[in-house]
Design a protein around this ligand. Structure first.
Ligand code: TXA
Ligand code: MG
Length: 325
């Protein structure tokens, strides 16, 4: 059942009491705590099984609050915030005194965003403060895009789940490092590189997925249980058939260019032709293939433009070397 206004009040009370609330955002569901309560923030790491050195995002109810949480707001940041907030853009800035080091994994910088989901905004307004929230999944696994995903994965580790329906965007926010003179993209996401560049009037760099730049950006992340292998789109069908013959239970993310091809596999998901629909569905597709018992997923990367950049980033990480946890 979707969250009512009394659910929102109850959730705000849980946050004030130092508890954990799962909240819907337009990207993925977050596991929220009072950003200014170090004990509550520590509970997030326990619930997720995430190392405490991993920095979290502080969610605010409006861009006008930004100055309370960071040391200074450069002009380019103000422009980005005005254009993209509320929305799937996270800005990394120098930490204001209000932000405890527990929330930043010990860093002197802090990641901040204003989410574009009515339930999240109502909660932030009822609560009044900042809410630190990573994605509401166990460390390293696929982010949740429905309240049921959160309940299935975190169960009793979360005190209250606000249901806001399925997430519209489906992949996490774009993270922009705005601590230096030239902003750069740390993680591609729901706001496209092209849109950011149009507003800033200059090109932005995007890191390669092969290097770990900051804690929380391990090569393997966003991963289903099944092993993921990436091949060229025209080889997906042949590779799936070969692996299935070898005795694997193969799941396929079938690219739109192969739409009507017969596939020999255990389970097939037709990838939507629109990247917005693909992003919205991606984590649900990976969860579905896990649930159907696949031990191997064969997929290909979409063109790395628009939302395709974020989708390709998540698929590469899902296919990356697994963490020893
Ligand atoms: O869409 C989203 O961003 C979702 C929703 C819930 O808002 N949140 C999310 O949080 O994806 P999480 O914790 O799963 O990923 C946040 C990432 C961290 O893994 C880290 O890489 C980066 O943000 N991050 C946070 N603070 C940072 C900082 N001070 N410097 C550099 N990177 C930072
Ligand atoms: Mg996450």
């Amino acid at each position: 059942m979707l969250a009512t206004s009394s659910d929102i009040e109850k959730a705000a009370g849980v946050l004030r009491a130092g508890g954990l609330v799962a909240l819907p955002t337009e990207t993925v569901y977050g596991l929220g705590a009072n950003a200014e309560d170090p004990a509550a923030v520590s509970r997030i790491f326990q619930a997720k099984g995430r190392p405490p050195s991993h920095p979290l995002i502080v969610h605010l109810g409006g861009g006008e609050q930004l100055g309370d949480w960071v040391e200074e707001v450069p002009a380019a940041v103000r422009t980005l915030a005005e254009h993209f907030w509320p929305g799937p853009l996270t800005l990394v800035l120098r930490r204001g005194r209000r932000v405890p080091l527990e929330a930043t994994g010990g860093l002197e910088t802090v990641a901040v965003r204003v989410p574009a989901h009515p339930v999240a905004l109502e909660l932030l307004s009822a609560f009044g403060g900042g809410v630190t929230a990573p994605s509401a999944n166990r460390f390293g696994s696929v982010s949740p895009t429905t309240a049921d995903h959160v309940r299935a994965e975190l169960g009793d580790a979360v005190d209250f789940v606000l249901d806001g329906g399925p997430c519209e965007v489906g992949v996490e926010s774009t993270i922009v490092d705005a601590t230096g003179d030239t902003p750069s993209i740390l993680r591609p996401g729901g706001v496209t590189r092209e849109d950011l560049e149009a507003v800033l009037g200059r090109p932005l760099t995007v890191p390669s997925t092969s290097r770990v730049r900051v804690p929380g950006q391990h090569p393997s992340h966003y991963a289903p249980r099944a092993r993921v292998i990436l091949v060229e789109p025209e080889k997906v069908v042949a590779e799936a058939g070969r692996e299935q013959e070898l005795g694997h239970r193969v799941g396929v993310l079938l690219p739109p260019s192969c739409a009507d091809a017969p596939v020999k596999a255990h389970a097939v998901v037709d990838v939507p032709a629109s990247t917005a629909a693909y992003a919205r569905g991606l984590y649900g597709f990976l969860r579905e293939l896990d649930q159907r018992g696949c031990d191997l997923i064969v997929a290909s990367l979409p063109a790395e433009e628009g939302l395709g950049l974020a989708i390709a980033n998540r698929l590469r990480r899902a296919a990356g070397p697994r963490l020893a946890v």
